[in-house]
Design a binder for this molecule. Sequence first.
Ligand code: ADP
Ligand code: ASP
Ligand code: MG
Length: 419
Amino acid sequence: MARIVMKFGGTSMAGIERIRAVAARVKREADAGNEVAVVVSAMAGETDRLVGFCREASALYDPREYDVVVSAGEQITSGLLAIALQAIGVNARSWMGWQLPIHTDTAYAKARIGTIDTVALDRSLAAGEVAVIPGFQGLSGDGRVTTLGRGGSDTSAVAVAAAMKADRCDIYTDVDGVYTTDPRIVPRARKLAKVTYEEMLELASVGAKVLQTRSVGLAMKEKVRVQVLSSFTGEDAPMADTLPGTMIVGEEEIDDVERQLITGIAHDKNEAKITLTGVSDRPGSVAAIFEPLATANINVDMIIQNIAHGSGSTDVTFTVPAADLARSIETLNQARDAIGFGELIHDTRVAKVSVVGVGMRSHAGVASAMFTTLGQRGINIQAISTSEIKVSVLIHEDETELAVRVLHTAYGLDASEAA
Ligand code: ADP
Ligand code: ASP
Ligand code: MG
């Protein structure tokens, strides 16, 4: 017998037929003698619809009330799954985020989980119930409902798994594992049997939305065993404990022979590029740009500063989340006197493409291979950033799919035709 968390994403919960299929899968795990907590997302598209209502009601909505609205999608699917489970003879009970409770901070719309009270959950499991928990929801210290940021049900699942000391956290989704790149873009992407926490964290943070970045960070910190696997398989699908999906593991669990130089490629179209021209080339001028952005809670990602050519001034280019572009422009214009710049140029038609792999720690030439491959295809690089296990480039948005495909081939990641 094992304690497991099963998490089902939006497409897996989209409609009563699919919820019935989820219930059947949960029943199989419960019938195998496992203690099961299920974490569910809202039906696909539902959270977008609810966000749309908030925006329509007022562009300047109160995040506290936004959370009341958008957390509702998960309440509905939790109740429906409990009903579907009961209908097939499984003893099931739903527990809202505020009922357990899942404690969070007060950063409404992007709250962080603190602790999870497991008294009610343990009692429910001990009574032989399947506990159904809405993902994405929490309870702030002010006693109000919070949500965890888009894609946050993954984080709910990992946090519940850590709190109940689960043996495994299975993330069921619409693909059967983590691939070398988004399989919807590159059909020749290969499924990975294992990927390290560190690589998954980096891949998620540069755009591989198969797992929310925070969920991976939490799993790494709490040593939760996470598996990504498909919910779209029939009744004869292998049981989850045979590990049919992708396991997120510590580096020591990967053999050297299995290791590729590059593990995966991700892209992100949600960045915007800003260039400030004629910034004076003196100590403190760069700080004058980035300090007000930091104060406004805007995350700056890639940064390049050109060398001044005797004129005493330089251009500074950087990227911010596209959703924060308007606020960034406003913030920079307000700080214009302190910074002292000529023009502010911005562009949202950019994409960041990143290659990730722990192998690059010990191998030179990963970045130059990337630049050569893109150059040969006539793809212009607008900015570059690197970390120990990642190289990212900023390119024109229209060239994203091409760039991902040619890099996938260049690093030898394509599945063979026969596979
Ligand atoms: P869910 O609703 O189950 O949370 P998501 O849409 O958030 O599902 O995440 C699954 C999607 O992530 C897949 O449909 C796939 O298009 C995308 N994806 C992006 N990068 C990868 C990758 N490297 N491996 C697998 N899926 C990926
Ligand atoms: N329903 C939420 C969203 O769409 C949370 C999730 O599905 O993970 O962002
Ligand atoms: Mg998701």
